[in-house]
Design a binder for this molecule. Structure first.
Ligand code: FMN
Length: 209
């Protein structure tokens, strides 16, 4: 086995995080810029935290190119709300495009040929082409520093969810085979979900024979 003691080395640590923690779900986060235009960016340091209340979390780091906070953070600190749009396979290239560093206020919806639709409980828009949307209200921002690579854990309470018609069946069961979720991998890898294996959850009685 290869072993490494972890030091404060952004590039080394980042490589390990994105190499080992795979596949990562992607939060495609839409927020409102100060001038009312839309901002959209993907974050794969993303997970669910609590079912009731329904809380999710994602983590934008301090930008490595200029040592500044990402626009998503600036917008959430001010507006206290955001939308998580989920990513299906057909959207990979457009998600990637919206991760490009563009000037603050540049509309990433039009840049990536995406349609902004109104949300019901927050002011920021949703991505029409995305199959699932979570409208969120900011709960916490945990700050791990102001230097390059330092993350901020942003948690949000989900106020409202939207799904495309074919995402769930009549009983509310999610049909991943219909919406093709993707995950982010090491380096430039993206994981597809076209090879899903179903394993029945076991009851205690089945393993204690
Ligand atoms: C699939 C994908 C996942 C990403 N995940 C993260 C992440 O978890 N944290 C982060 O700080 N940046 C992440 N990035 C980079 C941001 O999307 C990028 O810095 C973006 O320009 C931030 O935009 P903003 O300044 O509008 O917030 C990711 C990029 C891609 C393509």
């Amino acid at each position: 086995m290869k072993s490494f003691k972890i030091e404060h080395d952004f590039k080394f640590n980042y490589k390990f995080l994105i190499g080992a923690i795979v596949p990562r779900p992607i939060a495609w986060v839409s927020t409102l810029n100060i001038d009312g235009t839309d901002n959209l960016a993907p974050f794969s340091f993303f997970t669910a935290i609590s079912a009731n209340p329904m809380i999710i979390a994602f983590s934008p780091m301090i930008r490595s190119s200029d040592g500044k906070k990402k626009d998503t953070v600036i917008n959430i600190e001010r507006e206290k709300e955001f939308v998580i749009n989920f990513v299906s396979e057909e959207l990979i290239e457009r998600v990637n495009l919206t991760s490009t560093e563009v000037d603050y206020g540049h509309n990433e919806f039009s840049m990536a040929n995406l349609t902004a639709i109104k949300s019901e409980m927050v002011k920021c828009h949703r991505v029409k082409e995305s199959p699932i949307h979570f409208e969120c209200k900011l709960r916490d921002i945990l700050n791990y520093g102001d230097h390059v690579g330092a993350g901020r854990l942003i948690t949000g309470e989900v106020l409202m969810v939207h799904t495309r018609e074919d995402v769930m069946d009549e009983s509310g069961y999610f049909k991943s085979k219909n919406w093709h979720p993707v995950g982010r991998g090491a380096g430039n890898d993206w994981h597809l979900s076209n090879n899903i294996r179903e394993v029945e959850r076991l009851m205690k009685a089945q393993i204690q024979k």
